[in-house]
Design a protein around this ligand. Structure first.
Ligand code: NAD
Ligand code: UDX
Length: 466
């Protein structure tokens, strides 16, 4: 079966880049990305490519090349579903904030809404692809809705989790380590559906990197991958605290263990804590799934990854307060970076948010500079915590567009994101415009200790005990 028309529901960080890359690599397939969020669709359609809703290196060029040719952004969801042979569901699956499983389980209401809408609209057989990250066995719920609400047409459900990381999304999509497709190959229809999706990826991904499994393995592999990755970060962050007590250096330890080919060098950077929309949500979901099967030891094991991450954020802000003579009340502290990692404008679950909240509780005055994150986003992130009134937040926290201005008169600078530009600042100038002693708290370990201390700063580097 050859696919000519794809619909993707959800024009977010995954739907947008993923479909843009498929459109680029498969010029004969028409792809329509739909979303209920009109402003987001308008931004994807904006003439000025700087106004796309998502910043990813190389993405604007691909949108420029494909938009209006075989890639379309629209709010006409029914029409796009009706026309497509294959429908990707790429909507958000956040942690539930209410009811049973609150704070742990995935909220599947957007997924269910999509399934009901597809069932209502579809008048021909469709292949429905789970692109969102979902709890294992969600496909059976989707199938049940499609079969019971639908117009008697046949649906095949595939799981095709996305492994892109933000900041490198386009590269990850063009050269994936693997593509995972879960389907029911025990039936003829299932086999045809899997092959249809394999054929799309084969346009640019080598065949040996396209892995097909049963649906449940595919769904669970995505949660497992994120749990393993996050666990590495929490493991190295746990060691960073031991380094600080003992005089060991986490960079040296990371290098030493990463050269063991069984461990490997990636994902061993100590940090102020992992953020992003996926790790915490997916591990909490895994913990919830384990608990729901009565697997309490398994649940506790994975939950520790989150506990360690919370600790890492809190100990970073605690250290700032204790180093600044146990009071930061009224003192200006500059945050360099607000995004959860470099090269993205995404701030979801960014460590900066929690660290800021802790310091605002201590009545610090915070000024933030981030090269890609907007002022509105920063205020929204702080407001969403509901810790204090919007007025108080605005009095205590300000956002600057110039890093040097942001650092002027600061008692301390905290580096929260590893943006490359921070390494090349004129640190001597910055030092001269700060009250003394001038402190830097490097939550990403990106500055050169000798140079920074040579200028006169008191320098704390995460995971460095010297
Ligand atoms: P996002 O919030 O950026 O985008 C989701 C979009 O879906 C939003 O624009 C929202 O308006 C839209 N939407 C929700 N319900 C809808 C409906 N019923 N009809 C039409 N549109 C609807 O989310 P995201 O970061 O793109 O993540 C999407 C999924 O992909 C999640 O399950 C996530 O876990 C998974 N994932 C994310 C990443 C990542 O790096 N962000 C990576 C891999 C997997
Ligand atoms: C992650 C997964 O990597 C990706 O495969 C999945 O599809 C979505 O979730 P993402 O959250 O976009 O991607 O970024 P990632 O590079 O994994 O970083 C997550 C967080 O961990 C960031 O806050 C990052 O700064 C932090 N991190 C990462 C570290 O602190 N140290 C590291 O060594 C690596």
């Amino acid at each position: 079966m050859k696919i000519n028309n794809i619909c993707c529901i959800g024009a977010g960080y995954v739907g947008g880049p993923t479909m843009a890359v498929i459109a680029k690599q498969c010029p004969n397939i028409k792809i329509t990305i739909v979303d209920v969020n009109e402003a987001r669709i308008a931004a994807w359609n904006s003439k000025n490519l700087d106004e796309l809703p998502i910043f990813e290196l190389g993405l604007a060029d691909i949108v420029k090349e494909t938009r209006g040719k075989n890639l379309f952004f629209s709010t006409e969801i029914d029409k796009a579903i009706d026309e497509a042979e294959m429908i990707f569901i790429s909507v958000n699956t956040p942690t539930k904030t209410y009811g049973k499983g609150k704070g742990m389980a995935s909220d599947l209401k957007y997924i269910e809404l999509c399934a009901r809408q597809i069932a209502r609209v579809a008048k021909q057989d469709k292949i429905v692809v789970e692109k969102s990250t979902l709890p294992v066995r969600t496909a059976s719920a989707i199938k049940s809705i499609l079969d019971n609400v639908g117009n008697g047409v046949q649906f095949q459900i595939l799981s095709n989790p996305e492994f892109l990381a933000e900041g490198t999304a386009v590269q990850d999509l063009l050269n994936p380590d693997r593509v995972l497709i879960g389907g029911d190959e025990s039936t003829k229809e299932g086999e045809i559906a899997v092959k249809a999706l394999v054929d799309i990826y084969t346009e640019w991904v080598p065949k040996n990197k396209i892995l097909t499994t049963n649906v449940w393995s595919s769904e669970l592999s995505k949660l497992t991958a994120n749990a393993f990755l996050a666990q590495r970060v929490s493991s190295i962050n746990a060691m960073s605290e031991i380094c600080e007590k003992t005089g060991a250096d986490i960079k040296e330890v990371s290098k030493a263990i990463g050269m063991d080919s069984r461990i490997g060098p990636k994902f061993l950077n100590a940090s102020v804590g992992f953020g992003g929309s996926c790790f915490q949500k997916d591990i909490l979901n895994l913990v919830y799934i384990a608990k729901s099967y009565g697997l309490n030891e398994v649940a506790d094991y994975w939950e520790q990854v989150i506990i360690m991450n919370d600790h890492q954020k809190n100990r970073f802000s605690d250290n700032i307060v204790s180093t600044l003579y146990n009071t930061v009340s009224g003192k200006k502290i500059t945050f360099l970076g607000w995004a959860f990692k470099k090269d993205t404008n995404d701030t979801r679950e960014s460590a900066a948010i929690k660290v800021a909240d802790n310091l605002l509780n201590e009545q610090a005055k915070i000024e933030v500079y981030d090269p890609k994150v907007s002022e509105e986003r920063i205020y929204a992130d702080i407001a969403n915590l509901n810790t204090r009134s919007a007025k108080e937040n605005k009095t205590l926290l300000t956002v600057k567009k110039d890093p040097y201005q942001a650092c002027n008169d600061a008692h301390a600078i905290a580096i929260l994101t590893e943006w490359d530009e921070f390494k090349n600042y004129n640190w001597e100038n910055i030092y001269n415009n700060m009250p003394k002693p001038a402190f830097i708290f490097d939550g990403r370990g990106i500055l050169n200790k000798e140079i920074i201390e040579g200028i006169g700063f008191i320098y704390y580097k995460i995971g460095s005990g010297n």
